[in-house]
Design a protein around this ligand. Structure first.
Ligand code: F0G
Length: 452
C-alpha cells in the first residue's frame, strides 16, 4: 500500500463555525478588507500561518500536566535540555519565548547594542522578516544570497533554499572584516519553504572556516528540511531524519529556533551557542528581558511540551504525511491551472497572484484581491506576501496558504483546493484595492483597504 494518511487519530476537537459568503462580505467590510483584523471565529480554514497553530499530541498535553513550575531548575527544564542536546549535539542551550527573542539576543551577542552594527552585514540564504528586522535594528545590513534558481518561482530544483556559494565567497573576500557571522535559514521561508542541502551546508561551513566566521542556523523548520534531504539528496535515503538533523546542527556554531513550527508547540523557542563565552553573555541578556536561564520566559509546562514536540517531529510517518499533504495541494492547484511557487515547499503553497488575476496592476495589490476573494468565497484565511507586506521590496505578488501542523484533515485540504479552483473561474471579477489608512511600519497588520 502506497497510500499516505494522517498518522494520528483525533482525541479532542475544536468546532469550526460555518459562515455564509454574505456574512463574510460584511466581515470584510468591517475589517477594512484586512484579514489580520478578522476575528478567528469568523474563519473556516485558517492558513494565515503555520506558526504556533499546530495541534499538540496527547503526550504533549500529558507533559503540560507534568510541567514543573519551579522558578529555578525545574525538572521540565532538564527534560527540555536532554531532548535538545540529543537533537542537536549542542550543550549550550537556552529556552526563549519564541524565535525572534532568540534572534534579538543572538544579534546583541554577536554585533552589540545600539547602532553597533553600522557598516556591517550579515549574509543569509534569505532572512526571515524578524531576523532581518533584528539585524537592521542593530544598524547592520541583512543580505540575502539565494541562488538564481532559488529566486525563480517556477524553476524546478530540489534545493532552492541553497545559498549561492560564489556570492558568499565574493562577499567574504571583499568584506570579511564587516561580517560578524553567517546565517542559513532551513527551510527557507522567504522563497516558499525551500530546503537547503547538506552539501550546501557543508560548503557554507567550509567558507566560514576559511574566513574565520561562525555559522548560525535559523532552524525553525529543521525537520522538514531534513526530510527533504532524505528524499532528495543523493546518498541520504538510508539515513534516519534524526541522524540528518544531527548532522545539520553539527555543522553550525549555534542556532535560533522558533519551536512554534517544528517544535510542534503553540509557544516557545530555543537559542544555541557553542562558544562558552558568548553563551554566558546570552545568559545575562536572557535574564534581563526574558527570564531566568532555566525557563526563558516560558512556563514549565511549555518546556515540557517542547521536549515532547522536538521528539515527535522526527517521526518519519508524520513527516511523510506532512510534506505529501502540501505537495498534493500543489499538484491539484497546478492541474487546475493555478500558478504557484514550485516545487511546493515544506509548510505552504504560494499562489502567484499576478497570474491569478492579470487584470489587477501591482499598485492595486493583486495578492490582497486573491486573499480577500478566498475569504469571501470559502472562509479561507491566507496571507498576502507581496506589495502590501513588502512594499517596494516585493519580488513577487503572492498569497501564502500556510498549513498548520496536525490541525486540518485531508477533507479540509480538498475543500481549500475546491475553493481556490472555484475562485480561479471567476478571477476576472476580482477587484484591486487602494489603501485608505496605514501605520508607519508593518502596514500589512493593520492597514485598511477599499475595493477599487
Ligand atoms: N525564522 C523563520 C524562518 C520564521 O519563519 C519565523 C516565523 C521566525 C524565524 C520567527 O519566529 O515567530 O517564533 O518569533 N515565521 C512565522 C510565519 C511568523 O508566519 O512564517 P517567531
Amino acid at each position: 500500500m502506497k497510500t499516505i494518511i494522517e498518522p494520528f487519530r483525533i482525541k479532542s476537537v475544536e468546532p469550526i463555525r460555518m459562515t455564509t459568503p454574505r456574512q463574510r462580505r460584511q466581515y470584510l467590510r468591517q475589517a477594512g478588507y484586512n484579514l489580520f483584523r478578522i476575528p478567528a471565529a469568523h474563519v473556516i480554514i485558517d492558513l494565515l500561518t503555520d506558526s504556533g497553530t499546530g495541534a499538540m499530541s496527547s503526550e504533549q498535553w500529558a507533559g503540560v500536566m507534568r510541567g514543573d513550575e519551579s522558578y529555578a531548575g525545574a525538572s521540565s527544564y532538564y527534560r527540555f535540555l536532554e531532548v535538545v542536546e540529543q537533537l542537536t549535539g549542542m550543550r549550550n542551550i537556552l529556552p526563549t519565548h519564541q524565535g525572534r527573542a532568540s534572534e534579538r539576543i543572538l544579534v546583541e551577542v554577536m554585533i552589540g547594542s545600539g547602532q553597533a552594527g553600522r557598516g556591517r552585514l550579515v549574509p543569509n540564504n534569505a532572512h526571515f522578516d524578524t531576523t532581518r528586522a533584528n539585524i537592521e535594528h542593530s544598524g547592520a545590513e541583512a543580505v540575502d544570497l539565494l541562488t538564481s534558481q532559488g529566486t525563480s518561482p517556477t524553476h524546478l530544483a530540489p534545493f532552492k533554499g541553497n545559498m549561492d556559494l560564489a556570492k558568499l565567497e565574493t562577499l567574504l573576500d571583499e568584506r570579511a572584516d564587516d561580517v560578524p557571522f553567517v546565517m542559513l535559514t532551513i527551510t527557507c521561508n522567504s522563497n516558499g519553504g525551500q530546503p537547503v542541502s547538506l552539501e550546501n551546508l557543508q560548503a557554507v561551513r567550509a567558507l566560514c572556516d576559511r574566513y574565520g566566521k561562525s555559522l548560525f542556523l535559523d532552524a525553525a523548520r529543521f525537520a522538514e528540511n531534513a526530510w527533504f534531504i532524505k528524499q532528495r539528496e543523493p546518498g541520504r535515503a538510508g539515513q534516519s531524519v534524526s541522524q540528518i538533523v544531527r548532522e545539520m546542527f553539527e555543522l553550525a556554531d549555534g542556532a535560533t529556533i522558533s519551536a512554534k513550527k517544528d517544535g510542534l508547540v503553540n509557544i516557545g523557542g530555543v537559542l544555541l551557542i557553542r562558544d562558552d563565552a558568548l553563551f554566558r553573555k546570552a545568559c545575562d541578556l536572557l535574564i534581563l528581558t526574558e527570564g531566568f536561564v532555566t525557563y526563558g520566559g516560558l512556563a514549565g509546562r511549555d518546556l515540557e511540551a517542547m521536549a515532547v514536540g522536538f521528539r515527535e517531529v522526527l517521526d518519519e510517518d508524520y513527516l511523510r504525511y506532512r510534506i505529501r499533504s502540501i505537495q498534493y495541494m500543489g499538484e491539484k492547484l497546478l492541474a487546475g491551472g493555478v500558478s504557484i511557487v514550485q516545487p511546493p515547499g515544506g509548510h505552504a503553497i504560494y499562489i502567484d497572484a499576478t497570474d491569478f488575476c492579470p487584470h489587477i496592476p501591482k499598485m492595486q495589490f493583486p495578492g490582497q484581491a486573491v486573499a480577500c476573494g478566498l475569504y469571501e468565497l470559502g472562509g479561507i484565511r491566507s496571507c498576502e506576501i507581496g506589495s502590501v507586506m513588502m512594499g517596494e521590496l516585493a519580488v513577487m505578488e503572492s498569497v501564502r496558504l500556510a498549513v498548520p501542523r496536525r490541525t486540518y484533515t485531508q477533507s479540509h485540504i480538498d475543500y481549500v483546493i475546491e475553493v481556490v479552483l472555484a475562485l480561479k473561474t471567476k478571477a476576472h471579477k476580482l477587484r484591486g484595492f487602494r489603501i485608505i489608512e496605514q501605520p508607519q511600519a508593518l502596514r500589512h497588520f493593520t492597514a485598511r483597504f477599499e475595493p477599487m
